[in-house]
Write a protein that binds this ligand. Structure first.
Ligand code: HEM
Ligand code: HEM
Ligand SMILES: Nc1nc2c(c(=O)[nH]1)N[C@H]1C(S)=C(S)[C@@H](COP(=O)(O)O)O[C@H]1N2
Ligand SMILES: [Mo]
Length: 337
């Protein structure tokens, strides 16, 4: 049977490449969403290359899938489910990038994308149990490394072509930020989206009453604070960003001396983030946006403004700001609720 040996290795290569791409896509996707700095740009480009590599493998994988289905094993339905979630993941990724629609039914496109990605990982885990492919040292053969180089080059070219198509077709995606996010309501706070992480609801509070490391900050204290107005971009992992003029007090000035390694900021809802104490000179407790008091949706009476950090750091309805000895890395990288 001439050629069947190399066909088998091509099959192995395709399946192992899919496994690797999936892990890489999840990792780069989380990285792209975890940062608001240049790290995000690197991860976002890598994510595009990995995502499009999936598409390039379709011709090879469909051959494998066809012969798999022909064997009529029990449980093939799970493989069908996997095909569906992977197609939704890639489709919603491309849709998110195009920027023509920001929602799919009741969900933000990005929520569909991440949700389908998580399901894909679970289903691939099960797929792998049903079709174990043990990696071998020979998988790192010269030929496979060449294949990987070819795949990466192909995906790089596909990404460049796709990016220029976005520009030629003048789709919103051609103007997205380096995080992949689309612009919404910059300079016009009323048109800036109101977003919560998973479970929080907009709070309607009637006055400022924030615990600042043991002292209560109230409305009468505002006039004595060293206020500043800073321009900063709120960039939500939901896929949009908005640049506004925020007025507030820098955390190092609010706190005086910061005698601890982190600053814990907690909302009345219980939502909280911990910042490294050394960043206190670049994070603000803000009371106004666009020269007006914050609206309830945007965090009245006080919220965090943390330039270069993604939106989930910008705690709204701040109830307390506390200097702490617990290191800032000692928290989940993303909020859990
Ligand atoms: C990530 C996207 C993937 C999709 C959409 C997918 C889809 C499928 C489908 C539809 C089949 C045919 C039905 C079946 O036999 O269950 C199949 C078969 C198979 N898959 Fe996947 N798969 C993926 C990833 C993987 C990975 C990561 C591995 C292993 C590392 C793998 C290994 C296999 C094997 C060994 C078969 C059996 C082929 C045969 O019997 O000839 N697949 N896959
Ligand atoms: C199975 C895993 C995943 C696959 C196959 C996948 C695939 C894709 C694809 C094909 C795109 C479009 C890329 C482009 O047009 O440049 C995309 C975009 C995106 N994905 Fe994923 N993705 C996965 C998981 C994730 C996860 C877990 C996250 C975040 C936690 C994520 C975040 C993003 C972001 C932010 C974009 C927009 C990137 C940009 O604007 O260039 N992805 N994804
Ligand atoms: N208390 C609290 N603060 C929060 C959130 C939340 O769910 N609860 N969501 C964060 C997220 S994910 C984003 S993107 C911004 C959104 O701010 P905006 O609603 O003013 O646009 O608020 C952040 N602050
Ligand atoms: Mo967000």
């Amino acid at each position: 049977m001439h050629g069947s040996g190399s066909e088998a290795t091509l099959k192995r290569y395709t399946n192992l490449a899919l496994a690797t791409l999936l892990i890489g896509a999840i990792a780069s996707g989380l990285f792209a969403q975890g940062f608001g700095t240049e790290w995000s740009r690197v991860a976002t480009i890598a994510h595009g290359v990995l995502g499009l590599s999936f598409l390039l493998l379709v011709p090879w994988k469909s051959g494998i899938a066809r012969s798999g289905f022909r064997r009529r094993r029990k449980g093939a339905i799970w493989s069908v489910a996997l095909v569906v979630t992977v197609v939704i993941t890639i489709g919603s990724g491309l849709l998110q990038v195009m920027g023509t629609t920001s929602r799919i039914g009741p969900l933000a496109t990005m929520q569909v994308h991440i949700g389908a990605a998580v399901l894909s990982v679970l289903l691939v885990g099960w797929h792998y149990v049903r079709h174990p492919v043990r990696p071998r040292a020979t998988d790192l053969s010269r030929r496979n490394l060449l294949r990987t180089g070819g795949l990466a080059a192909g995906a790089g070219i596909a990404l460049a072509g796709w990016e220029s198509a976005l520009g030629v077709l003048d789709l919103p995606g051609s103007e997205r930020r380096f995080t992949g996010s689309h612009e919404r309501g910059s300079g016009n706070p009323a048109r800036m989206p109101v977003t919560q992480w998973f479970t929080d609801k907009v709070q309607r509070l009637d006055r400022l009453q924030t615990d600042v490391d043991g002292r209560v900050l109230g409305p009468d204290d505002l006039s004595s604070l060293p206020m500043e107005t800073v321009e900063a971009t709120l960039d939500c992992t939901g896929g949009w960003h908005s640049t506004q003029q925020w007025t507030g007090v820098r955390l190092d000035r609010l706190l005086g001396e910061v005698d601890g390694v982190s600053i814990r900021v907690r909302s009345v809802t219980g939502y909280e983030r911990r910042f490294p104490a050394r960043d206190a000179d670049s994070i603000w407790l803000a009371f106004e946006v666009g020269g007006q008091p914050l609206s309830a949706g945007h965090g009245y009476p006080a919220r965090i403004v943390a330039p270069d950090r993604r939106g989930f750091w910008w705690v709204k309805w701040v109830d307390s700001v506390t200097v702490s000895d617990v290191p800032a890395w000692f928290q989940p990288p993303f909020p859990l609720t």
